[in-house]
Design a protein around this ligand. Structure first.
Ligand code: RB5
Length: 143
């Protein structure tokens, strides 16, 4: 399953992403927030999303003002590999080399078209599966 969550600052970009996912006929679950007027705390929504991500195939997209706060919080959880989507290349290599499973986007920084392109790459790019990438990923989860 693909999960989405945002704070108030990421809400608008999340709505745009939902329209785009509908267009792509990609199923998702929206975990909130549901408006941009009531301030909420990004760690609460990042936590809500990562707690839903059980399966290896689960993915998430988090939206806050910059993408950074969500990314910091998400990466505190074992098995989560989140990146801030700054550009398409970063997302492509993040998927291919790091098997990134959470994409974080900044509602106050990322343009609509750039967000759509990065979402498409995030969804479509497979993990390389190469031994050196697997070995490095194994070292990410601290005991
Ligand atoms: C909320 O104003 C803002 O600080 C938050 O969305 C985010 O950008 C934090 O990283």
């Amino acid at each position: 399953m693909l999960y989405l969550a945002s704070d108030h600052a990421g809400y608008r970009l999340k709505e745009i992403a939902k329209q785009f996912l509908d267009f792509l006929e990609t199923e998702y679950t929206d975990l909130g927030t549901d408006n941009d007027e009531t301030p909420v705390d990004y760690p609460d929504y990042a936590k809500k999303l990562v707690k839903k991500m059980n399966g290896k195939k689960d993915r998430g997209i988090l939206f806050c003002g910059t993408g950074s706060g969500m990314c910091i919080m998400a990466n505190r959880y074992k098995g989560i590999r989140a990146v801030v989507g700054n550009n398409e290349h970063e997302v492509l290599l993040g998927r291919s080399h790091n098997d990134v499973n959470v994409l974080c986007l900044g509602g106050r920084l990322t343009g609509e078209n750039a967000a759509k392109k990065m979402i498409k790459i995030f969804l479509d790019t497979p993990f390389s599966g190469e031994a050196r990438h697997k070995r490095r990923i194994k070292k990410l989860d601290l005991k």
